[in-house]
Write a protein that binds this ligand. Sequence first.
Ligand code: ZN
Length: 328
Amino acid sequence: MKSSSNHSQQPVAASPSAIDVVVREVGLRDGLQLVPYTVSTEVKLAWLRAEAAAGVSHFEVSSFVSKRVMPQFADAEIVAAEAIKMPQLNAGALALNGRGAERAIEAGVHTLIYVISASQTHSGGNAGRDTDQALGEFRQIMARVRELPSNERPQVLAGVATAFGCTLEGRIEPTRVRELMSAMAEEGPDTMALADTVGYAHPSQVRQLCQQVMADIGSLPLGVHLHDTRGLGLANAYAALEAGVTAFDSALGGLGGCPFAPGASGNIATEDLVHMLEAEGLRTGVDLDRLLEVRRQLPEWLPDVELRGALALAGPPDWSPAQRPASA
Ligand code: ZN
């Protein structure tokens, strides 16, 4: 595990080279999926700007999915257009198929995110096709991306969902996940991720699968997308960290869930994740106090939505200067 001794001098808007671990805010996509009303574009952009100002540099800003299926993301083009103008911000968006990928490319997102579900049942519900069809579609998307001129080519983040288990199918064979990740890696994405879509993962499982996949995909950076459905979110994040993972998805206020995975709930909370990483001496580029200020605005932006997270209730540890650990 990398560590740093001088991160107290860390500026808020850190350059990527000053960051040890990437925190990717997915609240505006994953977090809004289960919100029972359509959140206004103004609120989404206010949230995005405020959290970017706290030092978060990577966002999943929307989903290019059918507006009929998910009215929440009907403004994907507008949100993306504003996000890509924000300085030092990597704006990513999810695409579930070739049509969505085309819209994301057209919108000029920095990162195109495409995820295949290892569970056939979940894949059918979430994306309307089986896993092999989804892989075929990914190959077509990558062929399309490769033919773009370099200044129009988004980075591609390719991931496998339900990688650690599925509420519909139960156990997911790690060999199946590794096959899918390797098949996607062959197409040349820029980064990859393993997602515990429904919160079934436990730490030793996360550590082992991350290590195996990292050995399979070589130098491609690996991230994890973890849900805290069963209270193991941060423990799993720490296990991934020990395995060498350097990118973590999270949602402010622990928002999130998948509409096609019964019982799925909350991503790990961004504020709790940042606290853990910084306490461990890893630089995230995020100013925790400013992030908590943004967190305090969430109930105003998202009325009647249940928020989670420990740090928002308890606050960060209040070390006296003499007791402050070197890394805090
Ligand atoms: Zn998720």
